[in-house]
Structures are given as structure tokens and as C-alpha cells.
Design a protein around this ligand. Structure first.
Ligand code: ADP
Ligand code: MG
Length: 255
């Protein structure tokens, strides 16, 4: 079976700066893959190339064998790539459940109308998704009243409403307390196992990465310098030199 995601020789420059330089890797169904590296290594640019926010200068991105390189974010989303953002993107004026219903309706290409039959039918599905991310009891609260960790969980439910096969999470636990971080990653792990999703995530906390990732990709200055299971990455001399050598193994500023 082909990998869920295949990235080959991906490259992107901004002016004279090569942000992503000949990056190749693949991701299997049911895999939780971490992308780490110092600030400015090119992690977010990689995400933007995969999800269509940016078009690459060279290289290809394949989803289940199908080339998605350079398609619009909308097309790529419809083909099964979901994404969460560093700042949770929710509608503050709607309830928690309505946010998820809106995403379900968008998947079905409908516009949200609280009183429509479709909206009521999709409430059941929305509640099931909210239960999955631990927000069932907050379903009818305004989204604006959610605590930070809950807002991130809602964003995850919104992403899942699109029924993605691949989920991209750029710094999903940024700004969270340590307890919340563990809970969100445990949730991601469960989704990977139960739904057979593939997840690619970036993360600053090495504790989170080494505790949860199946495999780790390490980028530095646009290049992929190592990839392998956590134990192998921990022992990799080049990774230590380029990345951990900064003396900031456990923490580095968000960016
Ligand atoms: P990371 O997510 O690993 O911190 P980024 O992918 O955000 O790194 O950035 C990689 C490099 O590309 C950085 O030097 C950054 O300043 C630069 N860069 C990112 N996006 C843009 C852009 N839209 N325009 C110009 N330079 C950019
Ligand atoms: Mg980034």
C-alpha cells in the first residue's frame, strides 16, 4: 500500500532565502509524525506547501498516490487534508456545537442556518465529535467562553468534521499548560489509532515530541538532517550538534 503522504524533493525560497531545501519524507496511515527543528528551520513553510497555502518552487506532494502539489488549500482540504492553526480559528459568536455544525455543513457545501433541517440533522454528528474531543458538556456554551485548551480541542473537532485522512497540526500545544499538552497529544494519539488518521505535527516541547511521536523528522536551515524513531533521534550526533547544541533542549521561544 502506498504511504498516505509522500513529499519528494520539496523546495521553496523567499527571495534569496531557501526556506525549504530538497525535503523528502513519507507518512503512513496511523502514524503520528513530528517535525522538529530550531526557529526558522522551515517547518511552517513545509506545512504551507503541503496544505496549499504556498506553491513550491520544486518537488511534489502526493496524497494516497495522487499529486496535490500546488492545488488550492480548498481543493487539498476536500481531498482529505485537515489542518489546525497555532491560533485557534473559531467563530466566537456561535456556540461550540454550532462551530462544528458549520464545519460539517461546509463539508457538505451548505451554508449555516441554525433553523434548517440540515443544521438539526448535523447536530447529532457535531455532538458525537465534541464527545470525542472531551467537549460534550460545553456544546451549548458560546465558543468565546472556552478556556484556551478547550478552544484548541474545539479546533480539532472542527478539523475532524471535514473527515480528513491526514491532519496537519502546527504547534498544537503552543501556549498550553503542561497538563493540557499531554491531554491534547493523548487525544491526537487516540484519533490516530481509532480512525487510522495520519498526523504530522510541529512542537517546541521536546518532552511532548519524545513522549508521543512514532517517528521524528529534524529540519535545520531548510534541510531535513535526520529522521527516525525517537530513540534514534535522541542518539543522533548531527541532531545534537545542529539542534540540541543550542542548549535549549526543553524550551525555545515560539515562532
Ligand atoms: P519554522 O516554522 O521552522 O520556524 P518557517 O517555515 O516559518 O520556520 O520559516 C523558515 C524561513 O523562511 C525563516 O527564515 C522565515 O523568516 C522565512 N519565511 C517564512 N515565511 C516567509 C514569507 N512568507 N516571506 C519571507 N520569508 C519567509
Ligand atoms: Mg513555524
Amino acid at each position: 500500500m502506498r504511504p498516505l503522504l509522500e513529499v519528494a524533493n520539496l523546495a521553496k525560497a523567499f527571495g534569496g532565502l531557501v526556506a525549504v531545501d530538497d525535503v523528502s519524507f513519507s507518512l503512513a496511515r496511523g502514524e503520528l509524525l513530528a517535525l522538529i527543528g530550531p526557529n526558522g528551520a522551515g517547518k511552517s513553510t513545509c506545512f504551507n506547501l503541503i496544505s496549499g497555502q504556498l506553491a513550491p518552487d520544486a518537488g511534489s506532494v502526493r496524497l494516497e498516490g495522487r499529486a496535490i502539489t500546488g492545488l488550492s488549500p480548498r481543493r487539498i482540504g476536500r481531498l482529505g487534508v485537515g489542518r489546525t492553526f497555532q491560533v485557534a480559528a473559531t467563530f466566537a459568536s456561535m456556540t461550540v456545537a454550532e462551530n462544528v455544525q458549520t464545519a460539517i455543513l461546509a463539508r457538505e457545501r451548505r451554508v449555516f442556518d441554525v433553523f434548517s433541517r440540515a443544521a438539526r440533522a448535523h447536530r447529532t454528528e457535531a455532538l458525537a465529535l465534541l464527545a470525542e474531543v472531551g467537549l460534550a458538556e460545553r456544546a451549548d456554551a458560546p465558543a468565546s467562553t472556552l478556556a484556551y485548551g478547550d478552544a484548541k480541542a474545539l479546533e480539532l473537532a472542527i478539523a475532524l468534521a471535514q473527515r480528513p485522512r491526514l491532519l496537519l497540526m502546527d504547534e498544537p500545544t503552543a501556549g498550553m499548560a503542561p497538563g493540557e499538552r499531554g491531554a491534547l497529544m493523548a487525544l491526537a494519539r487516540r484519533l490516530v489509532r481509532e480512525r487510522g488518521l495520519g498526523v504530522l505535527f510541529t512542537e517546541h516541547s521536546m518532552d511532548v515530541v519524545f513522549a508521543h511521536a512514532d517517528r521524528i523528522l529534524v529540519m535545520a536551515r531548510g534541510r531535513l538532517i535526520a529522521q527516525g524513531p525517537p530513540a534514534q533521534i535522541r542518539a543522533d550526533a548531527r541532531v545534537h550538534e545542529v539542534y540540541f547544541g543550542s542548549g535549549r533542549l526543553l524550551a525555545s521561544p515560539a515562532g
